[in-house]
Design a protein around this ligand. Structure first.
Ligand code: M6R
Length: 607
C-alpha cells in the first residue's frame, strides 16, 4: 500500500517523479505529493485525490530541482485529504519524509512529541518520523536515522530529504518493499516497484529489511541498521515500457483481460515440453507430500480453491485452503509430509507473507506461486512457481487469476505423475488438451462479448447481484462477485448453488440478476434446479454455459456462451472470462474508474 519514489540526477525531479507516481498509483490514490530539495531549500506540493490534481498544482506552481521524493497514498491512519498527504515535514521544514507501511506505536511516539511541544499537522502515523528525525538530528542524517529506527515499531519503507544535504536521499526499509535503481548519466532512482524506475533506470537492487541507504548521484551506500556496510548487487531491468502501458485500451483491466490467451500460451510453453510436463524445480521431493495447505488472499484465494479440487482429484492429496489473514493467527499443526503453497500475484501481500513465515517457523516447506518473482514472498520461499503473466496493473486481478488456475492445474498433474496417481493415457489426454486452452480463451472472450454488453446495459442500475455455482464453479461464483463489487460498487455475493435455499434465496425479486454458472458438467442438473427456483420467484437469470446449450438459453434472460474445455476440472478457467468482462462493462456504465476503484490498492502490504 502506498507508493514511494525518489530521483537524483540531471533531469528536473518533478517531471520524473510525476511519471513514477503514475506508475505507482495502483498502490493507492487517496492523495499524492512531492518534495524537492533545491540547493538546500525543500519545497512540497501535495493534493488530495487522484494524481491529476497534483499534476495541475505542479503545472501551475512548478518546483525546480534535481533531487526529490514522492508519494501516492492509500489511507490507513487519517482520512484521505491533503493534510494527511505525504511528504510530511519536520516542524522547521528542514526534513521531509515519505513513508509506506504502518508505524504501530505512533500514538505513544506522538504523545511523547506533543508533550514536548511538537505540533502535528496531520492525523497520520507517518508524521512521527520527520519529527523524530528533527529531534535527533545533529548534522549527520545517517546517524540520526540510526538513532530513530529503534524507536519505530511496525513496517516501513521511508525516504527522507534533509535541507542541509542537497543531492542526497536517505532511505530505510523494514517490512515494506523498496528498490533502488541506477541509470545512465549518474541517475539514481527509488521506488516501491520496478515499473516506477522506468525509463531512467536500467538496473536495480532490492533494499533488504534492516538496511538503510544514503543515495546521491555519485554513490549508493547501503548499510545495515547496526552500521555494517553491504555489497551492492544490481540486476538488469528486463521490463520494457510497452508492458506497463495501456496501448490502445481504455484501461489496464481491459488490456489485461484481452492478454489472457497470450499469457496462458506463454505459461503453457514454460510448463510443457515435447508433450510432457516441465514443472519448475521446487527443490522438494513431492513424493513424500501427503498434505498441502494453500495460503492466499482475495482472488488468489479463489484460485487456491480450484487448486484444492485439482490436487485432490488428480493427485489424491489431502488439501486445505486458508485465508492468509486467518492462518497467521492460528496455531496450525505441523506434521511431516505437509507442504505450504503461498499464492500471490504481487508476492508482497502482508498477510500471505506473515502466514508463510509462520509456516516456516514450524519447519514446514513453503513454495510460492507468484507473478512478481523478485518479491518478498518469492525470496522467502523454498521454491517458486512463476506465473509469467507480466505486470498486472489494474487493481482487479484478471490475467493473474487465470494464470494461477492454469499453473495450479499443471502443478496438480505434476504431483499426480510424481505420486503415480494417473495412468499414462489419462495424463497424456489431460496434457494434450492443454494446447487448445489459449484458443478456447480467445474464442470465449470473442463470442460472449455481444450478450455481455447487452446484459450489462440492462442491469447497470441493479443494486445487487447474486452469483451461483457448484463444484468447480463455486470459486467462479466467488470470483465473479468479487470482480463486480470491487470495481462497480454493486453489492454482489457468490454462493454455492446448494446453499442458496438456506437463506439467500430470500433476496430474489424480479429486479435481482442472478448469475448462474452452468456449464454441462457433473453439477449441471443441480444448477438447472437452481435456475428453476430463481425463475419461480421471477428473478432474472444470466447464465454462463455452453455455447450450444439451447435449453439453458431458453431458461435464461441472457446466456454468456463459453467454450468447452477438454477436462471438466479446468472448465472454470473459461467460465470466469465473461464475468470479468461483465464486471468491466457494469463499472464503465456506472462511470467507475475500473483501474483505480475507490478505497482499494493493488498491493496490500499492510495488515
Ligand atoms: O497480490 P495478491 O495476489 O497476494 O493479492 C491478493 C488480493 O489482494 C487481490 O487478489 C485482490 O483481492 C484483488 N483486488 C482482486 O481483484
Amino acid at each position: 500500500m502506498c507508493g514511494i519514489a525518489g530521483y537524483i540526477g540531471p533531469l528536473q525531479a518533478q517531471a520524473v517523479l510525476l511519471v513514477a507516481l503514475e506508475r505507482l498509483k495502483y498502490r493507492g490514490y487517496d492523495s499524492a505529493g512531492i518534495a524537492i530539495n533545491h540547493d538546500g531549500e525543500i519545497t512540497c506540493r501535495k493534493s488530495h485525490g487522484k494524481l491529476t490534481d497534483l499534476e495541475k498544482i505542479t503545472t501551475l506552481q512548478p518546483v525546480l530541482g534535481h533531487c526529490g521524493i514522492a508519494h501516492t497514498r492509500w489511507a490507513t491512519h487519517g482520512i484521505p485529504d491533503s493534510g494527511n498527504a505525504h511528504p510530511h515535514s519536520s516542524g522547521d521544514g528542514s526534513i521531509a519524509v515519505v513513508h509506506n507501511g504502518i508505524i504501530e506505536n505512533h500514538q505513544v511516539l506522538r504523545d511523547d512529541l506533543e508533550s514536548a511541544g511538537v505540533l502535528f499537522s496531520s492525523q497520520t502515523d507517518s508524521e512521527v518520523i520527520p519529527h523524530l528525525l528533527e529531534r535527533h538530528y545533529e548534522g549527520d542524517p545517517l546517524a540520526c536515522i540510526r538513532t530513530v529506527l529503534p524507536l519505530l515499531r511496525g513496517s516501513y519503507a521511508f525516504a527522507a530529504v534533509f535541507d542541509q544535504h542537497p543531492g542526497h536521499i536517505y532511505v530505510a526499509r523494514q517490512g515494506s518493499p523498496l528498490l533502488i535503481g541506477r541509470g545512465k548519466g549518474q541517475q539514481v532512482l527509488l521506488a516501491s516497484d520496478i515499473p516506477a524506475l522506468l525509463p531512467h533506470a536500467h538496473e536495480y537492487l532490492q533494499l533488504q529489511d534492516g538496511q538503510l541507504a544514503d543515495l546521491s548521484s555519485q554513490e549508493v551506500c547501503i548499510s545495515t541498521f547496526s552500521g555494517d556496510t553491504t555489497d551492492l548487487t544490481f540486476l538488469p531491468i528486463e521490463l520494457d515500457v510497452e508492458a506497463i502501458s495501456k496501448g490502445d485500451f481504455d484501461s489496464f483491466m481491459a488490456k489485461e483481460i484481452a492478454e489472457q490467451p497470450e499469457i496462458l500460451q506463454r505459461l503453457l510453453e514454460s510448463r510443457l515440453h515435447q508433450g510432457t510436463l516441465a514443472q519448475p524445480d521446487l527443490g522438494i521431493d513431492l513424493r513424500h507430500i501427503n498434505h498441502v495447505v494453500f495460503l492466499a488472499a482475495g482472488t488468489s484465494w479463489h484460485a487456491a480453491q480450484l487448486g484444492k479440487r485439482f490436487l485432490e482429484h488428480l493427485a489424491r492429496v489431502h488439501v486445505e485452503v486458508d485465508i492468509s489473514s486467518e492462518y497467521r493467527y492460528r496455531n496450525p499443526v505441523a506434521s511431516g509430509g505437509t507442504l505450504v503453497v503461498a499464492i500471490s500475484q504481487s508476492g508482497e501481500t502482508a498477510d500471505t507473507l506473515a502466514s508463510l513465515r509462520l509456516a516456516k517457523s514450524k519447519f514446514i516447506p513453503v513454495i510460492s506461486l507468484i507473478n512478481v518473482l523478485d518479491s518478498t514472498i518469492g525470496r522467502e520461499s523454498d521454491g517458486i512457481m512463476p506465473l509469467l503473466a507480466g505486470p498486472e496493473i489494474g487493481v482487479a486481478s484478471t490475467k493473474a487469476y487465470t494464470a494461477q488456475v492454469l499453473a495450479l492445474y499443471c502443478f496438480a498433474l505434476h504431483v499426480a505423475r510424481v505420486k503415480g496417481q494417473l495412468s499414462t493415457s489419462d495424463l497424456s489426454h489431460r496434457i494434450d488438451g492443454l494446447h487448445a486452452i489459449p484458443h478456447l480463451v480467445a474464442e470465449t472472450l470473442r463470442a460472449s462479448e455481444a450478450s455481455i454488453t447487452e446484459a450489462a446495459e440492462l442491469f447497470t442500475a441493479a443494486n445487487g447481484t447474486v452469483f451461483l455455482g457448484r463444484g468447480g464453479e463455486f470459486p467462479t461464483a466467488l470470483e465473479g462477485a468479487l470482480k463486480l463489487k470491487e470495481i462497480s460498487y454493486v453489492h454482489a455475493m457468490g454462493y454455492a448453488g446448494g446453499e442458496f435455499k438456506h437463506g439467500p434465496i430470500a433476496l430474489v425479486t424480479p429486479s435481482l440478476p442472478v448469475v448462474c454458472i452452468c456449464p454441462r458438467d457433473a453439477m449441471y442438473d443441480k444448477m438447472i434446479s437452481n435456475i428453476e427456483e430463481v425463475r419461480a420467484r421471477q428473478g432474472r437469470i444470466i447464465s454462463v454455459g455452453d455455447a450450444d446449450d439451447q435449453s439453458l438459453a431458453q431458461l435464461s434472460d441472457h446466456l454468456f456462451p463459453i467454450q468447452r474445455c477438454h477436462d471438466e476440472l479446468l472448465q472454470p478457467l473459461l467460465s470466469i472470462l465473461p464475468l470479468q468482462r461483465y464486471a468491466y462493462h457494469i463499472a464503465r456504465n456506472r462511470g467507475c474508474d475500473v483501474d483505480q476503484p475507490r478505497n482499494l490498492a493493488k498491493s496490500v502490504t499492510v495488515e
